[in-house]
Design a binder for this molecule. Structure first.
Ligand SMILES: Cc1cc2nc3c(=O)[nH]c(=O)nc-3n(C[C@H](O)[C@H](O)[C@H](O)COP(=O)(O)O)c2cc1C
Length: 279
């Protein structure tokens, strides 16, 4: 059976000029094209066996060298959850999600195994950190897709990293175990909408890197996105610094965010204090 994916492709990219031709009908791919983050949840518990199944699927993700450098902390204790939620009051879904997980890069385990096996290794350099961070992102995204396939909704929380030291204290993370992101999980309270992505013309490069038409491409993308949803004037970010724009598109919003609200400044110091050295 073949399918055209037109509705899903339009939802994701806002146009269908890049639609694939004849392709097999894979319902799961339709679902992935339509996927979205969910921040509001129904008051419905997630069955324990389902949660374990999803974690098993998540840990089935590929792993660099089979090193398996990921640990997930499930935060069940109300006190610890409230302390985490209080760190980021503008994201109340951290406190309200039925399940909250913290996905951690774990560069410690391999070092401990080296001690057991009497093959000591230093896993606290950039390589160890990077491998653990990448593996953790893969496990995180595999969990999200698995959960969405089971009718659940998720919201990753990288804002935890802006408070990495306090998060590590709350979760008793030892040296060389670092939070990559939290994850809110629950049955969605609303349908919501699919967020438009940049076209493949901008993100897929053939044989060599080429961004000569970035300006034109992003201007067209900004217009497509704004035609679907244009933020009202009062939602223009950091207007006290940048003023109000007549046309406020995605690229204006994201570059204002990156320039005026940089994140993660305390993260390098945190990592150094927890046993990592990148020189
Ligand atoms: C690594 C990562 C960290 C994120 N951190 C946060 C966060 O701290 N708070 C939040 O509300 N959403 C967070 N998000 C969700 C993004 O804002 C969301 O994925 C993005 O706006 C695209 O929307 P979509 O997932 O619905 O397509 C995060 C997503 C990722 C992948």
């Amino acid at each position: 059976m073949t399918a055209d994916y037109e509705a899903e492709w339009r939802a994701r990219f806002g146009e269908d000029s890049e639609l694939p031709g004849e392709v097999p009908d894979v319902p799961w791919l339709r679902q992935v094209l339509m996927r979205r983050t969910h921040r509001r949840y129904a008051p419905r518990p997630i069955p324990e066996p389902l949660l374990r199944l999803l974690l098993g699927a998540a840990f089935s993700a590929s792993s660099k060298s089979d090193f398996q450098q990921v640990s997930v902390i499930r935060v069940e204790d109300r006190g610890r959850r409230e302390r985490l939620a209080a760190l980021i009051p503008d994201m109340p879904w951290i406190g309200t999600a039925p399940v909250f997980l913290v996905f951690c890069g774990d560069a410690r385990r391999l070092e401990r195994l080296g001690e057991f096996r009497q093959h000591p290794n230093d896993n606290g350099g950039l390589e160890g950190f990077f491998n653990a961070a990448v593996d953790t992102a893969l496990v995180l995204q595999t969990f999200i897709l698995a959960a969405e396939s089971a009718g659940l909704g998720c919201c990753p929380i990288s804002a935890l990293r802006n408070h990495a030291g306090t998060v590590a204290d709350i979760l008793e993370l030892p040296d060389k175990v670092f939070p990559v992101a939290g994850l809110c999980v629950g049955y969605p309270a609303a349908g919501g909408f699919t967020s438009m992505r940049l076209p493949l013309a901008m993100t897929l490069h053939n044989d060599h890197y080429d961004d000569h038409d970035l300006g034109e491409g992003v201007a067209a993308y900004d217009r497509r996105r704004a035609a679907r949803y244009a933020p009202p004037r009062e939602q223009q970010r950091a207007a006290e610094i940048f003023g109000y724009a007549d046309f406020y598109g995605w690229s204006e919003d994201k570059t204002r965010q990156a320039a005026a609200q940089p994140e993660g400044q305390t993260f390098p110091g945190y990592l150094r204090s927890r046993g990592f050295a990148f020189d």
